[in-house]
Write a protein that binds this ligand. Structure first.
Ligand code: M6R
Length: 619
């Protein structure tokens, strides 16, 4: 959470910083700010505003070109951890200020948490410092300023400041004493350097800089960076220079634009057929043969699998478990990463740990990977983000290749993560001979149809979801029911609805509903049932009938032309008939659209739901 950017180069500094922040707003939108180092000035300039970035943009525009000459600066977009979203708590934070109204000689922006900030504040107060914010970050600014004022060069001062900090950080700083540079460092939180010609960049994620460069240096834990207009250098904490290879990122800058859609979420839902095509490309051929040779791990010796993930990625893990256990007959545990990291888990070197993370930055998932390392587990990362932290922690990586996902609510990456796990299931089944060759090829060919079937689902749903939205006008909660893989889809449907529409929603196994949640049912608690196939469909139908008998308004996700669904449901959201492996994938699409339209109907910002951020880089 929180996004930081930095720039040194030409007189377009403010423009570059604002554009970078625009692409990092998914990381937090409680407030935003800039700190600008102007040569010859006595203090660092600043602009900050509470609320989304447009507030800062308006404030910047009111400076009427005053910043046109600025070449060096840093920016921040905040997801509040310590201190409410107020202007005082907005970054940048300053140190070395002369009086009440003054800014200060140094400014910092920070993503992470300084865990020992209370002690440090006390210590600094003891030396006469006064604080203007409730944030943990402000101590960094004061410690840094003390050292700069004592004559230490900015990079050395930052390095020495970092030695005092416990917790996590990506921090960037500017100073009027050295206005031609930005210094930065990271520990746990992400930071990349973007390389330009006559200008260089820093950011929390590559997405921020794709309009500027495709050449990056990834900064590792405990490293310090110094950028000027002509150089970008990385150092160890001991001041030793580090050689780092340039990493080329092939994402198209257009991919981070709206492209005519009203919101990123809607765009990303509609990108799903193409996204799945990219996920499968080169990994599954027309005959149904899987090729995962990119996974440089001995998968044949795997005896047990643990999936660690959070949120939507966890739900993808649940779908993966169904497929792996069914096709490869390997036991799979799916663990919420924030629990697993402290669970003292059991495992050995024959345990494959599959860590799923769209961003590749989620701190709980990264910590769960470390935990698995302690028992010797081998780690396969499934991520959407090239060069992200998880790609560097894992033994092998499978990229979902969907292009950037901007909306906070995950959609296309959920389908892609699930698809990757299905490929892994088929590969493991092949290695263990758990399926006959003919069966494996048939399922592989079925999986190849995922893009086409999702496309067909979107076509079928055109204009249909709005009907279901009416049932939510007075809704005070919602129940999502399904069995087997449809239960995982139900959990994901409930998460989508609650995170963007703020309606309390539960995903439940349909058969378990009468052991408690059925008490919620009345005409103001719509029941969304994912009917699925075969015996599960029969059983789910009868569970749903039980809710109808208690006055529920039912929305059924069912095959088009399913007359039973038509009989019990107020609204049917049609999905095409598919091979079994694709059932939960296609059933997830109407649930995404339902959440989207319910939230839009309530006038909510679907891309930036309250209290959330796309990358959860704090515990
Ligand atoms: O980047 P990650 O996949 O690790 O993120 C995990 C969760 O924070 C994420 O899936 C979250 O639940 C989504 N916002 C849900 O739509």
């Amino acid at each position: 959470m929180c996004g930081i950017v930095g720039y040194v180069g030409r007189e377009r500094c403010v423009e570059v910083l604002m554009e970078g922040l625009r692409h990092l707003e998914y990381r937090g939108y409680d407030s935003a700010g800039l700190a600008l180092a102007v040569p010859g000035a006595d203090e660092v300039e600043q602009v900050k505003r509470v609320g989304p970035l447009k507030e800062l943009a308006e404030a910047v525009s009111r400076h009427n070109g005053h910043f046109a000459q600025v070449r060096t600066g840093v920016g921040h977009t905040r997801w509040a951890t310590h201190g409410r979203p107020t202007e005082a708590n907005a970054h940048p934070h300053f140190g070395g200020y002369a009086g009440d109204g003054a800014n200060g000689t140094v400014a910092v922006v920070h993503n992470g948490i300084v865990e020992n900030h209370v002690e440090l504040k006390e210590e600094l107060r003891g030396r006469g410092h006064t604080f203007r914010s409730e944030t943990d970050t402000e101590v960094i600014a004061h410690l840094l300023a003390e050292r700069v004022e004592a004559g230490e060069p900015l990079r050395e001062a930052l390095t020495n400041t970092l030695r005092r900090l416990q917790g996590s950080f990506a921090v960037a700083a500017v100073s009027v004493r050295e206005p031609e540079k930005v210094v930065a460092a990271r520990h746990q939180s992400p930071l990349v350097v973007g390389l330009g010609d006559g200008e260089n960049f820093l950011a929390s994620a590559v997405q921020a800089l794709l309009g500027e460069t495709h050449r990056f240096l990834f900064v590792e834990n405990g490293e310090v960076v110094e950028i000027t207009d002509s150089s970008a250098r990385i150092y160890t904490m001991d001041g030793e220079p580090v050689e780092r290879e340039t990493f080329k990122v092939d994402w198209d800058p257009e991919a981070v634009e709206l492209g005519g859609y009203e919101d990123y979420m809607l765009k990303e839902i509609h990108e799903q057929p193409a996204a799945l095509q990219a996920t499968l490309s080169g990994r599954l051929d027309a005959d149904g043969v899987v090729d995962l040779s990119e996974v440089v791990l001995d998968l044949a010796s795997v005896e047990r699998i643990v999936v660690v993930a959070c949120g939507t990625a966890y739900h993808a893990g649940l779908l993966g478990k169904h497929a792996i256990e069914k096709y490869a007959r390997i036991p799979v545990e799916v663990a919420v990463a924030s629990e697993y990291r402290y669970a003292d888990p059991i495992g050995d070197e024959k345990t494959l740990v599959i860590a799923i993370s769209q961003s590749g930055e989620t701190s709980d998932t990264l910590a769960a990977v470390q935990t698995a390392r302690e028992f010797g587990g081998r780690v396969l990362a499934v991520t959407n983000t090239q060069g992200s932290l998880i790609t560097r922690e894992a033994d092998a990586v499978l990229l979902t290749k969907t292009g950037p996902e901007i909306a906070v609510a995950s959609t296309k990456t959920f389908l892609a993560q699930t698809t990757i796990l299905y490929l892994v299931a088929l590969e493991l089944a092949r290695l263990r001979g758990a399926l006959s060759k003919g069966e494996a090829l048939e399922i592989g060919r079925a999986l190849r149809r995922a893009p086409e079937k999702v496309e067909e689902t979107l076509d079928l749903l055109y204009g249909r979801v709005e009907e279901a939205v009416e049932l939510f006008e007075e809704a005070r909660c919602a129940l999502f029911l399904g069995r087997g893989a449809s239960h995982a889809a139900a959990l994901e449907g409930a998460l989508k609805l609650k995170e963007i529409s703020y309606i309390p929603a539960e995903g439940y196994p349909a058969g378990e509903m009468k052991h408690g949640p059925i008490a919620l049912v009345d005409e103001r608690c719509p029941v969304i049932s994912i009917l699925g196939e075969g015996l599960q469909r029969e059983k789910t139908l009868s569970n749903v009938e039980e809710t109808v008998a208690r006055g529920a308004n039912v929305i059924a996700v069912a095959h088009k032309g399913d007359t039973d669904a038509g009989r019990i449901a107020r609204v049917t959201l049609p999905v095409p008939e598919t091979p079994e492996i694709l059932g939960a994938l296609v059933a997830s699409v109407p649930l995404q659209l339902l959440a989207y339209h319910v939230a839009k109907d309530r006038g909510l910002n679907v891309d930036k739901p309250r209290n959330l951020a796309k990358s959860v880089t704090v515990e």
